[in-house]
Design a protein around this ligand. Sequence first.
Ligand SMILES: O=C(O)CCC(=O)C(=O)O
Length: 289
Amino acid sequence: MAKVLTDSDVRDYERDGFILARGLFSTDELQPLFDAYRDDTTIGGSLYGMADKAGVAHPINIWHELGDDMIGLIPRMPRMVDATEKLFGEPCYHWHSKFTNKPPGCQAKIDWHQDYVSWYDDGVMFPRMLTVAIALESTSRASGCLQVIPGSNHMGLLDHDDTKNFDRRIDAAKKMLGLVYCEMEQGDAVFFHCNTLHGSAANRSTSSRLMLFTSYNAVSNEPVQDITGNNKWGKFMGITPEERKYHPLNKVSDDVLQKKCYQSAFSNTPFKQPVETPDDGYLSAVPLQ
Ligand SMILES: O=C(O)CCC(=O)C(=O)O
């Protein structure tokens, strides 16, 4: 097992709802992915926009199937999977992954939210899910780094649709619990619980802010198929209830990036497209230029 997290890290994660894993990947491992993204700005034409509450979009690409290109290998590497399983205390499977980018000067914010609000709607019973956010380049407060509210994982699932009180709760949570700006170097990562409140601000810098997010579910927590809600976010991401079911995660060796055991960065991955856009503005899929 790749020794990424210690028992004390697990305790910190349980208390704070996140753990910062500095240098989870090396620059040598990730730079080819960053270069490929920068060289193909449409990502094979798959880019679409996710708008914030103000209707301003930032580019995202989502995938579910994990193949043998870089973005199919990363979610299957022991340092990701073993660490997640140590935090869960049980086996996990891949839920989905995505790039989120904020080009230089991008005014889009990621509004405060808990990821579990969307996965609850997919029919998941327990918040035994997490995301690993990997910095593909350095990210600062100026470029709109990820922000988390430590300890908010203990608040339970908030009603995101009760917007007035939701905003008040966020303000109160910030006052009571504080706010952490996850400024990171390329290769650093944050593991965060699906009920941890998080978001990010506009990019006021002259650099982009490219991140890779991989989410996992505990194997015991497969969605219950007849309570899939309206699968609103699943439709937005183009992921079907069938794809949300447990499927084995075929781990690869931890040196696959180092040894460049891939043909391409992402050209073998079938990216998803929204099949339906919910009418609440902040989830609308905005086509990008
Ligand atoms: O890119 C970010 O800053 C956050 C993204 C995020 O929270 C999400 O996609 O759920």
